[in-house]
Design a protein around this ligand. Sequence first.
Ligand code: SF4
Ligand code: SF4
Length: 59
Amino acid sequence: MSVIVNRYKCGYCGACVGVCPVGALELAETWIEVDNTCTSCGACAKICPVGALELVVIR
Ligand code: SF4
Ligand code: SF4
């Protein structure tokens, strides 16, 4: 599992960055970056006001 950011929906509010327990999210200029410390806890997906974060299964 990993998290993907829908760049067309994301408003760069930064809410997800603050809620991540492992600091896996970073607001990089005009993009939210997810690094490999993500545990797929889903906290960011729940907090995102526009539903831009999605948990996906990476095969
Ligand atoms: S799923 Fe959890 S660990 Fe992964 S980026 Fe979101 S808040 Fe952080
Ligand atoms: S909470 Fe959602 S809209 Fe806000 S920065 Fe994160 S992905 Fe973008």
